[in-house]
Design a protein around this ligand. Structure first.
Ligand SMILES: [Zn+2]
Length: 374
């Protein structure tokens, strides 16, 4: 692999770590601020509870002085009643006294309500005080943690930044500018190629681009997302694994599977070709690809019934091959088979031909019917 690419891969690791640390440093004050906000709310609650207690005390004083006033009135009426001349005047005074006594009882009831309520009020104040105390302690602790973590992160940031500076020096300046520009817009500037796709944007690569990325001796850019592409052999290989090693013997395609791939030695004007059939709830489709280039020939053809009944004329002299991809994936290939697929089909064809040459008897016993025709 090019040293530029290796350095970019390390640079991507450094960039990711630098971003993580910066995000963490930025998040710490936000956490402290959130607790501070909660603390302010608790303070407001405590003040409200204390104000309610004060309000109750004032009300109680008001009711008590009202009672005193009423008692004063009553003794005044009693004095006056000693001097009245008529029965009517006397009755009127007695009425006033009775009314005042009623008022006194009403005020006494109000005071009693306040006294009952005072207990709950006191509890509210105590609870808010305790909460405030706990939150104050917590925020102090959080602040200490945030300070320590920030200092630690900033030290690491410093280390990563100097590591980054060293890596940058090892990358071609034009490539570095490209990488940084894409990283700025897309979050990352580098993308691994897997199964012939750009793993960042899922775009299928052209076979030639893919081969050049795999060889690793030229910097290739994804045409779709502009990220710099690299290939890591340790994470690839599902298709190579699927193409069986000759020594172990070839995997047998299932006769009844909904998807079937064939080699056709002489398909009309195309000559050698690969045919792919897919059954899909009562109907089937056929795709034809050129043998050497993997280019699709003509449109995908659909017919009623499963492919054995719908396309019998295509199945003369064909060799059944291993191949199983989702229809979506096959559609995503577009007009051309990916080179890994093409290589896999070719390897499978050779394995099949080798087998039928070396063990014709065994082959005749176990091969699917269409293979026996070859
Ligand atoms: Zn891409």
């Amino acid at each position: 692999m090019l040293s530029d690419l290796k350095n970019l891969m390390e640079l991507q690791v450094a960039d990711r770590e630098i971003r993580r640390l910066k995000d963490e440093v930025a998040a710490l004050p936000k956490r402290v601020a959130a607790i501070e906000e909660k603390l302010a709310a608790t303070k407001a609650q405590l003040e409200k509870a204390r104000a309610a207690v004060k309000g109750d005390e004032a009300a109680r004083k008001k009711f008590e002085s009202a009672i005193q006033d009423l008692q004063g009135k009553i003794s005044k009426y009693r004095d006056q009643s000693l001097d009245v001349k008529t029965n009517d005047q006397y009755k009127a005074l007695m009425h006033e006294i009775e009314f005042s006594q009623q008022e006194i009882r009403a005020n006494e009831d109000r005071i009693l309500d306040l006294m009952v309520n005072a207990e709950a009020r006191e509890k509210q104040v105590k609870a808010a005080e305790a909460e405030l105390k706990a939150e104050t302690a917590e925020i102090e602790k959080e602040k200490v943690i945030a300070r320590e973590k920030t200092a630690e992160d900033e030290k690491l940031l410093g280390e990563w930044n100097s590591k980054r500076a060293g890596l940058i020096a090892g990358v071609d300046p034009d490539l570095l500018r490209h990488y940084e520009r894409v990283a700025k817009f897309r979050g990352t500037g580098l993308s691994e190629v897997r199964n012939q796709k750009c793993s960042a944007c899922q775009m299928m690569l052209r076979p030639q681009t893919y081969n050049e990325v795999r060889s690793g001796d030229k910097v290739m850019i994804c045409e779709s997302c502009q990220r710099v592409l690299y290939f890591d052999p340790s994470t690839e290989a599902p298709v190579e694994k699927a193409a069986p090693a000759a020594k172990k013997g070839r995997a047998r395609p299932r006769v009844d599977s909904a998807q079937a791939w064939f080699y056709h030695p002489n398909f009309g004007e195309t000559g050698e070709a690969y045919l792919a059939f897919i059954n899909n709830s009562g109907s089937s489709s056929r795709r034809v690809y050129e043998f050497e280039s993997g280019r699709q020939v003509g449109e995908t053809l659909g017919r009623e019934g499963n492919y054995r009944l719908a396309f019998p004329e295509d199945l003369n002299g064909v060799i059944r091959l291993n191949g199983q991809w989702s229809e979506d994936e096959i559609d995503s290939w577009g007009e051309e088979l990916p080179s890994v697929v093409l290589d896999g089909l070719k390897a499978d064809l050779h394995a099949s031909q080798r087998e039928s040459g070396s063990s014709a008897v065994k082959h005749a016993e176990t091969a699917p019917p269409e293979q026996a025709a070859s």
